[in-house]
Design a protein around this ligand. Structure first.
Ligand SMILES: C[S@@+](CC[C@H](N)C(=O)[O-])C[C@H]1O[C@@H](n2cnc3c(N)ncnc32)[C@H](O)[C@@H]1O
Length: 225
């Protein structure tokens, strides 16, 4: 995965303070740190944070890690950029809690700072016929089935994985957003400039989009939120 190295969306000013919100095993934390940024990874999973620390050690880079709920995490003005990658948003059952997560990121950004948030767009899912996917990465086979719930409000993903002799299964339900809905939420959270892209090359969010990627900027005249 060379997304951070290749994507124009990750070209933050040198030495930026970057918050990787819901960092998981550090897939984005490591390359962001390698690019010279001061990265803080936040996640509620202690095992995944351990893996992220190990990945940093292996890569010879440093990052700070915090075990926390995204709903309760805010460090006012402490970051120049926040990234929330690979559908790590919309997890709370109450719509207002998901807006609060955006308010937290707005508060954590310095004026002029950028939030990059990447989810599965409602429009993309509506376009696809097939709701079952099979993928393989690093020797791990993953089968995922997505089910649209509550009149296209939520999505339940059921997954089954096999890695070596270990099999696992799980399920999660999250809010599903269109670009318009996400724009309204970002504006409600205080972001002034909100743009959308449909891929990591910075392409438009149109009928060919693969992801719903929002780039939201905190106004420079704002002192906090
Ligand atoms: C889909 S994974 C994405 C991980 C990482 N961003 C990546 O791109 O590889 C979602 C991550 O969100 C974390 N997570 C789930 N709910 C959370 C919450 N309420 N607060 C903080 N982290 C959470 C999970 O532990 C998991 O690491």
């Amino acid at each position: 995965m060379r997304i951070v190295e290749r994507s124009p969306l990750f070209r933050f000013p040198a030495g930026s303070r970057v918050l990787d919100l819901c960092c998981g095993p550090g897939l984005f934390t490591v390359p962001l740190a390698r690019a010279g940024h001061a990265v803080t990874g936040v996640d509620l999973s202690a095992p995944l944070l351990s893996r992220a620390r190990a990945h940093c050690r292996e890569a010879g880079v440093e990052a700070r890690f915090v075990e926390a709920e995204m709903l309760g995490f805010a460090e006012p003005g402490a970051f120049d950029a926040v990234v929330n990658m690979f559908t790590s948003f919309g997890y709370y059952d109450r719509h207002e809690d998901n807006v609060q997560v955006l308010r937290n990121t707005h508060a954590s950004l310095a004026p002029g700072g950028t939030l990059l948030i990447d989810v599965v767009g409602k429009e993309i899912l509506a376009r696809l016929d097939e709701r079952v996917s099979l993928s393989e990465r690093d020797g791990k086979v993953l089968v995922q089935r997505d089910t649209v719930l509550d009149d296209w409000t939520r999505l339940r993903s059921d997954w089954y994985s096999i890695e070596g002799s270990h099999a696992a299964t799980g399920s999660m339900t999250l809010f599903l957003y269109s670009a318009g809905e996400l724009r309204d939420m970002l504006r409600a959270a205080g972001f002034t400039d909100v743009r959308f892209h449909g891929d990591y090359d910075g392409g438009p969010y149109d009928h060919r989009a693969e992801r719903l990627i929002a780039v939201a900027t905190k106004g420079v005249d704002v002192r906090g939120h």
